[in-house]
Design a protein around this ligand. Sequence first.
Ligand code: GLV
Ligand code: MN
Ligand code: MN
Length: 409
Amino acid sequence: MISAERILQRCDALARHSELPGGLTRVFLSPENRAANEAVLGWMREAGMAARLDAIGNVVGRYEGERPGLPCLMLGSHLDTVRDAGRYDGMLGVISAIECVDALNAQKKRLPFAIEVVGFGDEEGVRFGTTMLGSRAVAGTLDPSVLETRDSSGTTIAQALRAFGLAPEKLPEVRKEKRDVLAYAELHIEQGPVLEAEGLPVGVVTAINGFSRLRVTLSGVAGHAGTVPMHLRHDALVAAAECIGAVEKNARSSSELVATVGRIEASPGAINVIPGKVVFTVDVRAPRDALRLSCVERVKRDIESIAGKREIQFEIEDLQQLGVAPCADWLMAQLDRAVSAEGIKVRRLPSGAGHDGMALRSLADIAMLFVRCKGGISHNPAESITAEDAGAGARVLFRFMEKFHGLSA
Ligand code: GLV
Ligand code: MN
Ligand code: MN
């Protein structure tokens, strides 16, 4: 039987594995990540799954179907968090999927396909700046050169994997074959206010908006804050402030666009020194790829012109981009039926946030179920859901899983 209380208790238990006392920050391949993995591996085994860590650090549980080795319906979400995170973003999807398999196992029921539950190791991309390492590896689209990406202390992904006890040279073994995965379905908190406004516990996702991520470096001239007159300065931070304004202006040009400068570092970082160097990130998202790409181009042109006017060097790196990921009609129809069977009105909605399905859709068709969250708040410690909604989400996922048929007909 699905237990909403157990789902929430497990989210609470995972939230204790954090680098911040009294908050939640758990980045990829950290000691906290290891502890969370151990807990999830244990819950998977209790639910009757064979569970292991793969070579990129995903936790993978497999519940065989009517006979061993059948293709799987893949369920899951991610186990890493942003800094000062909420406790449901990602974790709710993994724990709810385990709860569904546990309910199946309690009935000693086997389906005509296997279930694989995956807790992806990195979806947020907080540590290395590049996202969805786990799901890209499963889809076979993670170029091994990405393993040379460094975190802020200079450690590469390959080094971090080794220090975690994993073998980066085994990356190709993480890749799944299309014939082995019938579909990927993810339950996730909505992270927005639509379901709450409409009084609905769950919603069926139609598509995931695409994103582009940039890293911008502005190099001016550091100098004495007391001696250099204003008109002779090449202050990289003032230039960055103008660039941030340009990012906002471009994003405001369409109600469908959003853009964020979420991280900025100024050096040398002293009260009495003109900032000589600034590095900041830009994240642009939209439900249409052409709209997003044209916004990115305008942002780049504006940065070039601001840097030129201020006689400052600039570099813009394209960190990552993923296009809009539509959910498959045949899977949405099956989710709709599961929602209706729970007596809930079917509401379809797009996802503004990114999810592992964006990477997995080159492997298999994808579907997502959103669960209402309080005030639409996410990426924030105030993230909150009710036990009723957690239960409704998991029951819908259970029905979907039990009745799933792998043919699009
Ligand atoms: C993940 O939460 C993202 O949308 O960046
Ligand atoms: Mn997130
Ligand atoms: Mn998430």
